[in-house]
Design a binder for this molecule. Sequence first.
Ligand SMILES: Nc1ncnc2c1ncn2[C@@H]1O[C@H](COP(=O)(O)OP(=O)(O)OP(=O)(O)O)[C@@H](O)[C@H]1O
Length: 582
Amino acid sequence: MPPQPASSAIQIVNPGSSTASASTTVRKPSEPSQQRQCRNVLIYGNCKYEGKGCAFYHPPKSPQAESLPDPNNLARIASPVLAQHVNAPEFVPGALTHGPTVSFPEPVSQGPASRAELQDSSAEEFYAKPSGGALYPLDYHLYTKSAVPVPDQSASKGGFFVAEDIRLELQRRMDDIWAPPVSTVALPEVHHYHSLSPLEPVAGDRRKYFGHWNSICYRAISTSNGSVYALRRLENFHLAHESILANAELWKRIIHPNIASFREAFTTRAFNDSSLVLVYDYYPLATTLFDTFLKPRTSAFTNRQLRTDQLDPIPETTLWSFLIQIANAMKAIHDRALAFRVLDATKILLTGKSRLHINCCGLADLVGLDTQDRATQQQEDMIAFGRLMLALCCRNANIGINYAKTLEFISRVYSQELKNAIHFLLQPPPLATHGTPKIIGQVFDFIGGRLLQEMDAMQLRSDSLEAQLACELENGRLVRLLSKFGFINERPEFARDFRWSETGDKYIVKLFRDLVFHAVDEHGRPVVSLSHVLMHLNKLDCGSEEKLMLVSRDEQSCLVVSYKEIKRCVESAFRELVSGVY
Ligand SMILES: Nc1ncnc2c1ncn2[C@@H]1O[C@H](COP(=O)(O)OP(=O)(O)OP(=O)(O)O)[C@@H](O)[C@H]1O
């Protein structure tokens, strides 16, 4: 074991030892509490409960008494004081709930210690302090807080944990990924995918792809890596020739933030037919643009007429965001000499508020429908894109072919810029580009300013997520520290070993653990305060030179020790465990 520095811990009193016989506690139970000086005053120089219910005597403060004691004289001060005041009321270690027990104006290393102070103050802000006296168990706990909407999102800023709205969203996504399969019929294991769960109703009328095949989507888990995927199965599919599946290789290579990643394709007879299965990444809680914006809402008969609720127009900023994301994905595809060929509102996945992923990429190529050349397919992609935007602007999937009328409607609600961009997409090539083939990249000529706005929004979002991540980073650090405590404290195999938990480093760790987790208030009630725990752990983790007082369980002795010293004790005890030295 490396040589350890001599402990700087200062034992204030050990009443049991012969050398400290003067400090042996002898209680005088009969003395009325009002005449007995408060021990908090003796130990800390003041009592935070003075005037707030503390029953003991608090001497008037002199200017000198307000000043903090000289750290160098700590042992000299602490021990005699306790010895003189053996009849003082019982000292309650749990009263050391907030802030340093003994605070010294020592030079503190700037970096970590000041960070701990920062944490300390924000901890106090985060947890509302009870109006007076004791701390009671919190009436809520952050990890189990119910899904109540937070009216003011800014209120969650600066907290210790990820913001409530983000936490809920991520939690819901996790729940969605790991929810048990919904199918009442047992579905087979296909290829290396198991636990298939349908993502849409299996019964009823379904759209036929390219007029031929019914399709159904499943969520499934891969046995090869445990990840969750979306499987799209085309029923009763007969592969004309194996070479078609070679197209899969081209699509596999496309990694784009706005395209649902395609992983593999295979045929299977596991469903008692011959099915083609395409595997895509699974986006938890994804809905389609159709389901979110275009699906007709409630219909009702009024005055003998069927009326459908009018849908509110989609905000223009959202439409621009959609347009930019789809155009970006399309450019990536067309630049690789490929085409979507199935671009409609049911094939665009929406996650969160406005994140899009184009779905079903490669489907048309894999089923082997090569009816047109690639250039034509790309032109059709753009027209399909224009129609989609038109449908979103009108919130109507059946816009028909009267584009002129629909564009006129758009110009009444949205900007000329948006109308021009959509108009460009819808125009047949010779009209749009004076004879030369139209390319998707040209759409960016219309949207330069909007592109910058979208970039700003994305960067702001990324900054805010990074801040949230940093918050969780701190929590991860504390979890590692807590794990160390768990490893060190109360090890059953060392329970009878006095050297392990009743002496030296481990003893200090044990007393510190008591202070952090087993504190009680002045009424002897447990202090269940996360801010108390976080403050001490943060100071410990950064090795603050600030000192605090640890009290033995029998309250017969105290140790004054710095966080830095405790940190060294934790490290050395943990190292002993890991290296098996002990
Ligand atoms: N990769 C995926 N990740 C997550 N969910 C998906 C994924 N692919 C599809 N889904 C979900 O599966 C459901 C069915 O998808 P599908 O593409 O069949 O839409 P649809 O509206 O049923 O279209 P169609 O009428 O063409 O069948 C949708 O609700 C969609 O949200």
